[in-house]
Design a protein around this ligand. Structure first.
Ligand code: MGD
Ligand code: MGD
Ligand code: MO
Length: 750
């Protein structure tokens, strides 16, 4: 930190990468690019204004109605009473204690999902989980909104953990560049999304690799509702959202009927093709999955499907599937079917062939690095076994004691009395926010740690003001990146903000678990402790990292952990010898038919991939809801973060809704018009943009606007989650189905 208003420039890192920060005294005044980054993100432009914004939580705050008689009513509309730290901590600790004694620790929901900020020690979710484990445990959550469905289905089909495949085993960019002749991208590969990565991405290279791959002459197909999901130079095949499985089945049908399926590969490396083939051919259900069958479902003409299938069989083809496809009802099916399609091509395990996931979802996917993990705060053990699939939080709150199916088990929702959230914004991230708002009224108490007055903080009973990562010291690194950062404290805490660690240490102390939580260490001691462990792990891999003091003075270092060229992964070893290196599936093979899944008896996820139309898609469009809403990630920020500063900028809110010229014209909408986007679940405002780069019948509204005052029943800034559907992907995955929603749009006349 600088004294006396002195100007200083330092580097720090964040989920969107490293950047320079200019401070003057106690304030961040500017940010700038980090020189080694070939394509720096402009997300931090909003940071100086956001850090010092009037929407920061200044002091511990308790909702008036709750303070005066523990009233649940008023959550989200009451005002708050500011209290001194000690008083607020005493109240919170007493309430946590009362709940755990009266209802047991299972009654505390501490899943606390969310990205929070970069920085290894001050990782909010780890801090929250460690604290709750120290005081007897909590109901936890499984997987993420990002990939919850994939994390359930892929282990059945390929054996391995989904993230191990996506981050470690699948081909890197160099291999794709050198070997792939055809890149078939379902959902595109979007450099805009690769701007961010959990914990940071320093050299943003996804866009650069795509340019090189296109320049080389690799045929790149962007299959999805938006042309902008892939760069210029790709062949765009507009498809209706939620219809990819039908298209994939038709591609498979062409392979099978034209003798292009690799029967030898299917025989040696897969299990159950014989049970899937009759479905493909229409022998089991009377419908052959021909290109003519798929064309009206997905919107791709039959001749285009046939030509693509032939090209995929004739060339080294990599099928790249975006995470977005599984963030939708029946999201298991396109994931499973993409694997089956790749297996039929017989190229799994060959360089530049087969299948990969999420190349454009986050930065760092496709970077080939020597794995170097560590610097993780231990969360301890959770004595409570109860968990929910993360995106089922609304159902859990609505339905205490209710039963539901998940991945082969019958499970029961716990009766939640206290919600503790640190580092996430469920009133940004969850679907059907009006319904969540209702469900949120049920718990007796909600405690939130937050730097800003988000919609979630406003719906809490107790809010603790938290530092941002610029107000505390930390170490920045990510498993998908090859840089290591000292993240200096750049400015003093804003208002009375404290670190999550300090809050949880105080609460733990009051609940008799102080030493268990802190192990006698200050935050600074923990950084030394975690760093020493990291240094040791690095040394074991033959990687030298500077000692902490050196890193502090250098600010950052590039780690020598890049791997050059082709790296043989799980699939290469499997291909070389499937008996010696079987996949960790039930059969040891790629499961085209899964006995396990079949035994669950789920009609929404049977024993092999099938076409299951979602409940809301263009094939089920109605007069009331004729348009399909996709709600992708925002280009200018990370989820709902930095929103308060962005929303201040002229012309930025409401958020822009992209629509097709024909759909705009039919509604008398022209570019720049203020529109109302609505369905039976809710409504929001948006600013129309008209583009032929979106499939007809589809509208796109990025996430991230703060869920605002719903007075008049219209969310003012354009949060798509007032419109989305809160339903699990299926009984198997129970993932988030954000991309499944029908809406209509109307001009708002001034
Ligand atoms: N419609 C629709 N909805 C979606 C999606 C979609 O595609 N469509 N995508 C989903 C996906 S994949 C995701 S991952 C989620 C993202 O949802 P979230 O991860 O919940 O979104 P963020 O805005 O990143 O929320 C992080 C919060 O942590 C706060 N924070 C930052 N640093 C700290 C800290 O140090 N301590 C504490 N206590 N708090 C901190 C921030 O201010 C912010 O409010 O959204 C999901 N929602
Ligand atoms: N700038 C920025 N980048 C981010 C984030 C952010 O907030 N800001 N968030 C990060 C997070 S948490 C995650 S999980 C990843 C998510 O990464 P993805 O899941 O890849 O991202 P989305 O933006 O949800 O969707 C990408 C595209 O998929 C297309 N799509 C939607 N439905 C379908 C469909 O049914 N079929 C096909 N073929 N395409 C479809 C849409 O046109 C959309 O633009 O992004 C990460 N990257
Ligand atoms: Mo995500």
């Amino acid at each position: 930190m600088a004294d006396n208003g002195q100007r200083q420039k330092r580097v720090t890192t964040s989920h969107w990468g490293a950047f320079e920060v200019v401070t003057e005294g106690d304030r961040i005044v500017a940010t700038g690019p980090f020189a080694p980054d070939p394509a720096p993100s402009s997300i931090p432009d909003a940071l100086p204004a956001a850090v010092h914004h009037h929407t920061r939580v200044a002091r511990p705050s308790v909702r008036r109605g709750w303070l005066k008689g523990r009233k649940r009513a008023g959550r989200g509309s009451d005002d708050f009473v500011e209290l001194p730290w000690d008083e607020a901590l005493d109240i919170a600790a007493a309430e946590i204690d009362r709940i755990r004694r009266t209802h047991g620790n299972e009654a505390i929901y501490g899943g606390s999902y969310g990205w929070a900020s970069a920085g290894r020690f001050h990782h909010a979710q780890s801090q929250a989980h460690r604290f709750l484990n120290c005081i007897g445990g909590y109901t936890s959550s499984f997987a993420s909104y990002s990939t919850g469905c994939a994390q359930a289905i892929i282990p059945h089909v390929l054996g391995a953990d989904f993230h191990d495949i996506g981050y470690v085993q699948q081909d890197g960019w160099q291999t794709i560049h050198d070997h792939s002749e055809t890149l078939v991208m379902f959902g595109g590969v979007n450099a805009k999304n690769a701007q961010v990565s959990m914990g940071g991405i320093t050299e943003h290279d996804t866009g650069g690799w795509l340019s090189q791959i296109i320049a080389k002459g690799t045929a790149c197909y962007n299959i999805g509702p938006q042309r902008s999901d892939a760069p210029e130079g790709c062949i765009w095949l507009p498809v209706r959202p939620g219809s990819d499985t039908a298209l994939m089945l038709a591609l498979a049908y062409v392979l099978e009927t034209e003798g292009l399926a690799d029967q030898a590969f299917l025989a040696r490396y897969t299990a159950g093709y014989a049970r899937f083939r009759p479905y493909l051919m229409g022998e089991t259900d009377g419908t052959a999955k021909t290109p003519a069958w798929a064309a009206p479902l997905c919107g791709v003409p039959p001749e285009v499907i046939i030509a693509l299938a032939r090209r995929m069989a004739a060339t080294r083809t990599l099928i790249a599937v975006a995470w977005s496809l599984q963030r939708a009802e029946h999201g298991e099916q396109p994931y499973w079917m993409a694997v089956v399609l790749a297996a039929m091509l017989g190229q799994i395990g060959l360089p530049g062939g087969g299948i990969g996931f999420g190349y454009g979802a986050i930065g760092g996917v496709g970077k080939s690095l020597i794995g170097l993990t560590g610097m993780t705060l231990s969360q301890g053990q959770n004595p409570v076994q109860t968990f929910i699939p993360v995106a089922r939080v609304g159902d859990m709150l609505r339905n205490p004691g209710g039963s539901y199916a998940f991945n082969g088990a019958e499970r029961r929702y716990p009766d939640i009395r206290l919600v503790y959230w640190a580092g996430g914004n469920p009133f940004h991230h969850h679907q059907d926010l009006n319904a969540l708002h209702e469900a949120w009224q049920r718990p007796e108490t909600v405690i939130v740690n937050e730097p800003w007055w988000t919609a979630t903080a406003k719906r809490a009973d107790i809010v603790f003001p938290i530092t941002t990562s610029y107000e505390r010291e930390d170490i920045g690194r990510s498993n998908l990146d090859d840089y290591l950062f000292h993240m200096p404290q750049l400015v003093p805490p804003v208002g009375e903000a404290r670190d999550d660690y300090a809050v949880f240490a105080e609460l733990a102390e009051r609940l008799g678990a102080g030493p268990a939580f802190t192990e006698g260490r200050s935050a600074a001691d923990w950084i030394v402790h975690l760093y020493a462990d990291y240094q040791e792990r690095a040394a074991q891999k033959g990687v030298t990292v500077p000692d902490l003091d050196t890193l502090r003075s250098q600010n950052w270092v590039r780690l020598p952990i890049r791997e050059e060229g082709w790296r043989p992964g799980l699939f290469t070893r499997f291909r070389a010898d499937p008996d010696a290196a079987p996949l960790p599936t039930l059969s040891g093979r790629i499961e085209i038919f899964s006995e396990t899944i079949d035994s669950f008896g789920y009609d929404d996820c049977p024993g092999h991939p099938v076409w299951l139309p979602p409940s809301e898609w263009l094939g089920a469009a109605t007069v009331q809801a004729p348009l399909h809403l996709v709600s992708p990630q925002p280009a200018d920020k990370l989820h709902s973060q930095l929103e308060s500063a962005l929303a201040d900028m002229p012309g930025q809110r409401p958020v822009t809704l992209k629509m097709h010229p024909a759909d705009a014209e039919a509604r008398g909408v022209v570019a720049g018009d203020l529109v109302r986007v609505f369905n039976t679940r809710g409504a929001c405002r948006a600013r129309a943009a008209v583009s032929d780069g979106i499939a007809r019948g589809v509208v796109a509204l990025p996430t991230g606007a703060w869920f605002g005052d719903t007075g008049g029943n219209i969310d003012p800034d354009g949060n798509p989650n007032v419109l989305t559907k809160d339903v699990g992907t299926s009984q198997l995955g129970q993932g988030c189905s954000a991309h499944t929603a029908l809406v209509d749009v109307a001009r708002i006349d001034a």
